[in-house]
Design a protein around this ligand. Structure first.
Ligand code: DGY
Length: 321
């Protein structure tokens, strides 16, 4: 890899990832780890050939149009790419690449942790003990909803969804899913396909949202779809916050129509609907689906493999535009 390629590294990625950047490219780093957006992002991109960034850096059509002509490639440290206007990037002739695959297990672990925490009231129970409100064991204290024999509905049966399914099987759950198309038998492994997402809602004792965020899926889980869920449903979202209509979910959590929810992602994060924080039956995490040392390193190395391939004149396997 010629060291003279100029790479703008917008975030403080893990140390081993930054070391590889430094070894192989002429880098500009962001030691303060501030989230550059808009004019600042455009200005910082001057005199660089490529940008290595994360989902906080928004590459809207306007930003892409204003990027310096020297920029040829954008490599995101994420599988999600809703922060990049791919149409604008394609029109501009930019190579855009992401990091699918390497975060499937870690994200499925967090989805399952949320399914368990929500159904067994972990957040509420933890608060009770810490607040000194626990007066001792009782036969009916903190009763939750069991998983064994229940239906786990997976919205989006890509790599992460399939890992969630694997964990669900180990917990004795029946797996149902919706995808654009049914999986081949060796990937479905007995999971029951629902052609319509609404039909999937009707069997969702436990719902795990694992689909990409697209404009059509904005506020997918709204009042009407919540009304389709079985009583006492558990809802978990480790995909993107915009997939849920927060007002509708909060109303259902308050009324008891939905037993509990576990959320790792929020519309407009790091801001979230303030009423979530007042509810006992919701577990809230700060977008940590892929947050293990191993996974964040693998994401960084994948993003750099993508750039290396591009600058070696090859077509990167994770090309998305
Ligand atoms: C992803 O890879 O999309 C994660 O959500 C981190 O942004």
């Amino acid at each position: 890899m010629p060291k003279n390629i100029r790479l703008l590294v917008t975030r403080q990625f893990p140390a081993d990832v930054l070391a590889r950047c430094e070894r192989d490219y002429t880098c500009t780093f962001n030691p303060e780890d501030t989230n550059w957006i808009g004019d600042e992002l455009i200005g910082r991109a001057a005199d660089h050939d490529a940008i290595f960034f994360s989902s906080g850096n928004k590459f809207t059509a306007d930003v892409i149009a204003a990027l310096p002509k020297s920029i040829k490639a954008l490599s995101t440290f994420s599988v999600g790419h809703e922060h990049i206007d791919l149409t604008a990037a394609t029109e501009r002739g930019l190579m855009v690449m992401n990091t699918p695959g390497v975060l499937n297990e870690a994200t499925a672990d967090i989805a399952f942790m949320l399914l368990l925490s929500a159904s067994r009231r972990a957040s509420e129970a933890n608060r009770m003990v810490r607040n000194g409100d626990w007066v001792g064991w009782t036969p009916t204290q903190m009763l939750g909803v069991g998983m064994q024999g229940k239906r786990l509905a997976i919205l989006g049966m890509g790599g992460i969804g399939r890992e969630v399914a694997k964990r669900g099987r180990a917990f004795g759950m029946t797996i149902h899913y919706h995808n654009r198309s049914a999986l081949p038998d060796n990937d479905a492994k007995g999971a029951i396909y629902h052609k319509s997402a609404d039909e999937l809602m009707k069997v969702a004792d436990f719902l795990s949202i694992n689909c990409p965020m697209t404009p059509e899926m904005m506020k997918f889980l709204n009042e009407d779809r919540i009304a389709l869920l079985p009583p006492n449903a558990i809802i978990v979202n480790t995909a993107r916050g915009g997939l849920i209509d927060d007002e509708a979910l909060i109303a259902a959590l308050k009324s008891g129509r939905v037993f509990a929810a576990g959320l790792d992602v929020f519309d407009g994060e790091p801001n979230l609907h303030p009423e979530y924080c007042d509810l006992n039956n919701v577990v809230l995490l700060p977008h940590v689906g892929s947050a293990t040392v191993e996974t964040r390193n693998a994401m960084g190395f994948t993003a750099l493999d993508n750039l290396d391939a591009f600058f070696d004149g090859k077509i990167p396997i994770n090309r998305i535009s």
